[in-house]
Design a protein around this ligand. Sequence first.
Ligand SMILES: [Zn+2]
Length: 331
Amino acid sequence: MSWTTRATAHIRQFPVSKTLQTLLILLTVAFTPNLVVAAAAPYHTTNFTIYAESAEVAKEVGDKAEYWRKELSQEWLGKEMQNWFRPCPIKVKVGRLGAGGVTTFSFDRGEVFGWNMQVQGTLERVLDSVLPHEITHTILACHFRRPLPRWADEGACTLIEHESEKSRQIKLLGEVLEQGDRIPLRQLFSMTEYPKDMHNVMKLYAEGYSVSDYLVQQGGPRKFLAFMELAHQENWDKALKTHYNIDNVESLEKYWTKWTVAGSPRLNDPEGTMVAENTQTPAVTAKPEPPIVRGQSPEQSAPAVAVRTTSTAKASRLDLMLPVLVREIEN
Ligand SMILES: [Zn+2]
């Protein structure tokens, strides 16, 4: 399949049960150019141009967008991305709306261009969930320069969302597993597009988030990207064996299921602390932001895991981890 000139829409899930097509139409309508004409003058940062209904919101979103772009590229790539040739326009709609966003861009001959981002929701959720989610899409697109499998793309982007958003995914996942209605991982991993019906879209998000969380908690963000790359070059089983020392997708499914049934407990404190724990509330924050812990060099994968739990908790936690990472701790 050719990836050239393929426009890609990345949708951050909305808490509504409509078809994806309807969702896209609603979004398009919601962000009509008329809104922009009536809005404040656009706010310009180095990499973004923000259109919002007030200058204050535009500035807050623009400054936060630059913050997330810098922090998340450090987190995922171990370095700050170069400035884009053209800024990414962000259209913002703030109010008592379901939190959501769409980012579109195109790939052509290994390049990514034509950014267009739309975000909406309460200002708090736009700043702490929708914006970092959508910006993670742009970072992954710049890194891989090709469309990613949807589960991993959406899963990785959801990792940075606020805990309240992630707990919605966990709740949905629990229901899906209880009903025996999951998308088997082998099938999930082969999906290059969103499913046609919204129920399956929601399952893709929930399972994609949970599997990404399970892997990133144990190996860190950069190992996850290396895993994705090898899966693209070879296949999922080879990539799992190489990076996580498990035989195949079905083995991963067994480990992951055991972990989810145990309530998806936190497994460690990898270098990706930030993507694992976004509990900050920038708009109304009273707490300091959580520390960002990184490896010493961009090439270094996660420094195993820091065990801070009691020995009893450690034993049960190890039981839920992938074998290769258990060995790293025990050594
Ligand atoms: Zn998304």
